[in-house]
Design a protein around this ligand. Structure first.
Ligand SMILES: [Zn+2]
Ligand SMILES: [Zn+2]
Length: 143
């Protein structure tokens, strides 16, 4: 299931849009204020540029809940007195396995839109701090 999570330009509330398969030029509408500035031209190849802000810089990230990962590692630490430390590598292993199994998502540097379930082009790379900083700066100077 393809979905897009983003903040609306008009009311800046967090939104989620479920993309319909095979439907071209579908509008992405805010569920709160019904405004729509965006559309998905081709659901199978949406990443020529960000469908929301048309920025050409996007990155790939595991859709992994950091809080959950931390909880698992903490669980391992708490159990150390009873497991003679064996819980540590065990829980770290579970954490690693979970991380490997979760899907990746695409995120836009500029607007922070999150795209889940789409085919990811090979040219997209993980987050680069250098590029992120540049976009942070333009965001700040615009607001
Ligand atoms: Zn809105
Ligand atoms: Zn964007």
């Amino acid at each position: 299931m393809k979905s897009i999570a983003w903040h609306c330009l008009h009311c800046s509330r967090p939104n989620r849009h479920w993309v319909e398969e095979g439907k071209t030029a579908q509008p992405v509408v805010c569920t709160f204020c019904q405004e729509s500035d965006y559309s998905i031209e081709d659901p199978d190849h949406p990443f020529e540029a960000c469908p929301l802000c048309h920025c050409h810089q996007l990155y790939v990230q595991k859709d992994f809940n950091r809080g959950l990962g931390l909880l698992i590692v903490l669980g391992g630490i708490v159990l150390v007195p009873w497991t003679y430390g064996l819980s540590l590598p065990f829980f770290a292993g579970i954490d690693w396995l979970l991380y490997q199994r979760v899907a990746s998502m695409v995120i836009c540097y500029r607007c922070g839109g999150e795209f889940r379930g789409f085919p990811i082009p090979a040219r997209l790379k993980p987050y680069l701090h250098k590029i992120g900083l540049r976009h942070d700066r333009t965001r700040l100077s615009n607001s």
